[in-house]
Design a protein around this ligand. Structure first.
Ligand code: SF4
Length: 75
C-alpha cells in the first residue's frame, strides 16, 4: 500500500511574517512491491499559509492571496 508523508522541502526567512517558514511537500511513496518507483510530490504548502490567508493585505501564492509573488522562488 502506498504511503503519504509531509516533508520539508525548503526553509527560508519570510519578510511578510518576519521569521523562518518552511515549504512542505506531500510525497507519495509506492508500495513495497514497486521498489524502483520514486516518490511523487502531489501537494505543496507553506507552514504559515493558513495564517497569512487571514490577513487583510495580499501576501503570496502560498496564502492564496497573491498569485504573482512566491517568496520561496527567491534565493
Ligand atoms: S504564506 Fe507566504 S507570506 Fe505567509 S509565511 Fe508563507 S511564504 Fe510568507
Amino acid at each position: 500500500m502506498a504511503e503519504k508523508y509531509w516533508e520539508t522541502i525548503k526553509v527560508q526567512f519570510c519578510d511578510h511574517v518576519g521569521c523562518e517558514v518552511s515549504l512542505d511537500g506531500e510525497f507519495v511513496y509506492p508500495a513495497e512491491f514497486l521498489p524502483d518507483q520514486p516518490a511523487r510530490l502531489v501537494s505543496q504548502r507553506c507552514s504559515r499559509g493558513l495564517d497569512c490567508n487571514q490577513w487583510n493585505n495580499m501576501t503570496c501564492v502560498w496564502a492564496g492571496t497573491n498569485p504573482t509573488h512566491d517568496p520561496f522562488s527567491q534565493k
